[in-house]
Design a protein around this ligand. Structure first.
Ligand code: TRP
Length: 441
């Protein structure tokens, strides 16, 4: 089966050499593999969450699109588009928003980080926090589920978002998918490489550390200047250099063949001057990205060419998104008017939920178990000293299927972990629906 790989880049700035080595280059290489269908996009709706300068948004999405293309993306093979050209994405975002628990969004790192910073500054917890930031993970879930991606290459900081995406997908599948489900549950793919490239000072290359090497902007000159600022030790020309732990060497490695890596180390150990080493590094990097820079400059001078490519990408993407969204609208009840069906089936579905039971045994301990609707034991707890403890576990497991990992339970005989996960997420969905109904009443 073909594997769908999808990733987006938020368009608030320009990409640096670390983004190229960590994200673009591996993504483009993977997109050439057989059996892989890649979706790459400019996350420009996400950009609006972080940036309220229209000119910066405009510039960044053009620059990032040009960067992907200049780096060798084959738009015949991949689906390459702007998020904001796909109106099905915000529509799906709303459908997902309606089945996302607010409590879970409260726990998103980006939101919690902003709250903590506010509290530390003595401000109101939600000062300056928009609903955009709060709902960021739901929009991201829609990006991924819209195309039923299997794998999502991201940095470590995004892994929680993929987990949230899986939860939302599961809940939607359960509520509206009638067992089969609309959505694939995606996996985060965190490559060691994504974090690899050190910046000028040896810390991870990042704009927030002000230690980046530019990719195309500023031309060869800017590349050379940045390389000149890479921090090294103070060993003089002729003195043997320590190559282990040198980030200049690590940056070199990211562009070199194994033979070149060996040779470079040998020369450094033999006393190659750092200045000379930087010249070698510049030449090595420029040999790879120099030709790309020329394509980049030519694309930036002809934005209408990029526009056309992206329009074609949007057409391809919407050919997938629109039919799925039509199914989803149908599933949630946004249908063409027709004579109404009796409500019997709904009642049946509700009755088929698994149930938790709590009880006390002759040993005086408190127990709970989870039975399937048909009475099979799915989970069995250990004996607990306090009845309250058993009750708390039941409440927690009903709301938070992931709590299973910590719960004092074992699987019923012959029961798979997947079956239990499915039962718990059915309960979580029912719980959420019940709470929602209560609030409406
Ligand atoms: N949030 C991601 C980031 O900041 C960008 C992004 C948006 C994304 N939507 C996505 C990444 C979907 C992967 C899949 O890095």
């Amino acid at each position: 089966m073909t594997q769908r790989v999808l990733t987006g880049i938020t368009t608030t700035g320009i990409l640096h050499l670390g983004n190229y080595v960590g994200a673009l280059r591996p993504a483009i290489a993977a997109s050439r593999e057989a059996g892989v269908e890649s979706f790459f996009f400019m996350a420009d709706y996400h950009a609006l969450i972080k940036c309220d300068e229209p000119e910066r948004i405009e510039r960044s999405r053009l620059q990032i699109a040009a960067t992907w293309l200049a780096a060798g993306l084959d738009t015949e093979r991949v689906v390459f588009y702007r998020q904001s050209d796909i109106p099905e994405i915000p529509e799906l975002t709303w459908l997902l928003t309606c089945v996302t628990s607010k409590g879970q969004m409260n726990r998103a790192h980006a939101y919690k980080g902003a709250v903590d910073a506010n509290l530390a500054a003595g401000e109101d917890a939600d000062a300056g926090i928009t609903m955009g930031l709060y709902s960021y993970p739901i929009l991201m879930a829609a990006d991924i589920l819209m195309f039923n991606a299997h794998r999502v290459p991201v940095g470590k900081d995004q892994v929680q978002h993929i987990e949230m995406c899986r939860d939302v997908a599961q809940r939607f599948n359960h509520l509206f998918g009638r067992g089969s489900g609309f959505f694939v549950l995606p996996e985060a793919q965190v490559d060691a490489e994504m974090e690899l490239l050190p910046g000028l000072d040896g810390r991870k290359m990042s704009k927030s550390y002000d230690n980046v090497i530019p990719l195309f902007e500023g031309g060869a000159r800017a590349l050379k200047d940045a390389i000149a600022r890479i921090v090294t030790d103070s060993r003089l020309p002729g003195e043997p250099k320590e190559t282990e732990g040198s980030h200049l060497v690590s940056i070199y490695d990211a562009f070199a063949t194994p033979a070149q890596r060996e040779a470079f180390r040998a020369e450094l150990r033999a006393g190659l001057a750092w200045g000379e080493a930087k010249q070698r590094l510049f030449e090595l990097i420029d040999a790879e990205i120099g030709p790309m820079r020329e394509r980049y400059d030519s694309l930036m001078a002809n934005p209408e060419r990029i526009e056309e490519i992206l329009q074609q990408g949007a057409t391809k993407a919407r050919a997938i998104a629109a039919p799925l969204l039509a199914q989803l609208r149908e599933a949630v009840g946004l249908r063409r008017f027709q004579p109404l069906k009796a409500a019997v089936q709904e009642a049946k579905l509700k009755a088929a939920l698994p149930v938790f039971k709590q009880y006390r045994e002759a040993d005086g301990k408190f127990y709970f178990k989870l039975n399937s609707a048909e009475g099979q034991v799915l989970l069995q707890s250990q004996g607990l000293e306090q009845g309250r403890e058993a009750g708390q576990w039941v409440v927690r497991l009903k709301r938070e299927p992931a709590a299973l990992a910590e719960a004092p339970v074992q699987l019923g005989e012959g029961v798979s972990a997947a079956a239990v996960a499915e039962a718990l997420s059915a309960l979580a969905a029912a719980e959420l629906a019940a709470e929602a109904a209560k609030q409406k009443a």
